[in-house]
Design a protein around this ligand. Structure first.
Ligand SMILES: NC(=O)c1ccc[n+]([C@@H]2O[C@H](COP(=O)([O-])OP(=O)(O)OC[C@H]3O[C@@H](n4cnc5c(N)ncnc54)[C@H](OP(=O)(O)O)[C@@H]3O)[C@@H](O)[C@H]2O)c1
Length: 249
C-alpha cells in the first residue's frame, strides 16, 4: 500500500513551483490532494491534470490564504470533495528582495499577510477539521530565516516567524496527535525564483558557492522530504526545522 493511501492533503500555492511538486509527490504516494492557487487557475489545473494522468485524485481550489474568507472556501471545498483533511502543507509564500530604503508598508503587509498570517489562518482551520486520530502540518520556510542575507529583512522576518510558530505549535498540538514540522529550502528553481531576478544573479552565484552539494535545488528535492515528514516513517518527528538546501547555511 502507498504510504499516504487514504489521506487527504491540502497544499497551498500549488499552481506552480515547490507547491506543485509537493502536490504531485503526495498524490503519487497515495493522498487525495487539494491544489490551492491564488490567481493562476491554469497552473493549478495543469497540476491537477498531471496528477489525474497518473491515476491520482486532485481538485483545484482558488482562494487567497491571506484572508479568512479564502480559508473558509478552501477548507469547505476540500471537505466537500474528499471529507476530513489529514495533511496541511503551508507552502504559499511570496518574496521580494530589496534594501530597507526601498521597502514599502505594502511590501511588509503583503509578505507577512501571506507568509505568516495565511499560515496561521490555514493552520487554525486545519486543526478544527483534523480527525481525532491526529494530523500533519508542514510549513515551507527557508534558509533565509538563518542566513542573514542583506536585502532580505522582510522575507527573512516572515520565515523566522515561521520557524518559531512551527516550534510553538508542535508543543501546543502534540497532545492532539498533530505533528508540525518545517521544511526549509535553499534556492530552488521555480517560477517565483526566476521572476524575482535571482536566477543568474551574483546572489545566486554566492549561494551556489556556499552550497556543499554545489548546485541550486529543484522543486522535487523539497517534495520528497515533505512526503517523508507527513508519512508514518516520520511518526516520532515534530517541531523539526529540516533544511533542504544541499548543506547551505
Ligand atoms: N524558490 C525558492 O528558492 C525558495 C527557497 C526557499 C523557500 N521558498 C518558499 O517556498 C514556497 C514556494 O515558493 P516558490 O518559489 O515555489 O514560489 P512561486 O513559484 O512564486 O509560487 C508561489 C505559489 O504561491 C501561491 N500564492 C501566492 N499568493 C497566494 C495567496 N495569497 N494565496 C494562496 N496562494 C498564493 C501562488 O499562486 P498563484 O500562482 O495562483 O498566484 C503560487 O502557487 C514559498 O513559501 C517560498 O517562500 C522558496
Amino acid at each position: 500500500m502507498s504510504k499516504l493511501q487514504g489521506k487527504v492533503a491540502i497544499v497551498t500555492g500549488a499552481s506552480k513551483g515547490i507547491g506543485a511538486a509537493i502536490a504531485k509527490q503526495l498524490a503519487s504516494d497515495g493522498a487525495s490532494v487539494v491544489v490551492n492557487y491564488s490567481s493562476d487557475k491554469t497552473g493549478a489545473e495543469k497540476t491537477v491534470a498531471e496528477i489525474s494522468k497518473t491515476g491520482g485524485k486532485a481538485i483545484a481550489v482558488g482562494a487567497s490564504v491571506a484572508d479568512a474568507a479564502g480559508i473558509d472556501t478552501l477548507f469547505a471545498e476540500a471537505k466537500k470533495a474528499f471529507g476530513a483533511v489529514d495533511i496541511l502543507v503551508n507552502n504559499a509564500g511570496v518574496y521580494k528582495f530589496a534594501p530597507i530604503e526601498a521597502i514599502t508598508a505594502e511590501d511588509i503587509d503583503w509578505m507577512f499577510g501571506i507568509n505568516v498570517k495565511g499560515l496561521l489562518l490555514a493552520t487554525k482551520a486545519a486543526v478544527a477539521q483534523f480527525p481525532a486520530t491526529g494530523g500533519n502540518i508542514i510549513n515551507v520556510g527557508s534558509v533565509a530565516s538563518e542566513g542573514s542575507s542583506p536585502n532580505a529583512s522582510v522575507y527573512s522576518g516572515t520565515k523566522g516567524a515561521l520557524d518559531v510558530i512551527t516550534r510553538s505549535l508542535a508543543k501546543e498540538l502534540g497532545p492532539k496527535k498533530i505533528r508540525v514540522n518545517a521544511v526549509n529550502p535553499g534556492p530552488i528553481v521555480t517560477e517565483g525564483f526566476i521572476s524575482s531576478g535571482v536566477q543568474g544573479s551574483d546572489f545566486e552565484k554566492a549561494m551556489i558557492a556556499g552550497t556543499p552539494l554545489g548546485r541550486v535545488g529543484q522543486p522535487d528535492d523539497v517534495a520528497t522530504v515533505v512526503s517523508f515528514l507527513v508519512s508514518d516513517d516520520a511518526k516520532w518527528v515534530t517541531g523539526a526545522l529540516l533544511q533542504t538546501a544541499g548543506g547551505l547555511r
